[in-house]
Write a protein that binds this ligand. Structure first.
Ligand code: FES
Length: 79
């Protein structure tokens, strides 16, 4: 039996966090595992810089009024 790796998906939330779905391990700059703050299968990473629990999102982007600086490019449809 061949094990298939679960595909990891990162969703850029409008004016918010990066939602990571899949079997990922988050490491700090020295290679140590950063424990997750809950048992949810998804993890939201801060990209506004305001979270008090970095690298995780704590919802502070809402209070700080974080706005996406640009719209991400859209990939052309698959052939
Ligand atoms: S993106 Fe949510 S606190 Fe920064």
């Amino acid at each position: 039996m061949t094990l298939q790796a679960e595909k990891v998906t990162i969703t850029v939330r409008k004016n918010g966090s990066l939602l990571v779905t899949g079997d990922v391990v988050i490491l700090d700059h020295t290679g140590n595992i950063i424990p997750r703050i809950n048992d949810k299968p998804n993890v939201a990473l801060c990209r506004c810089g305001q979270s008090q629990r970095k690298p995780f999102c704590d919802g502070s982007h809402k209070m700080s009024g974080f706005i996406d600086p640009v719209e991400p490019p859209v990939a052309p449809p698959a052939p």
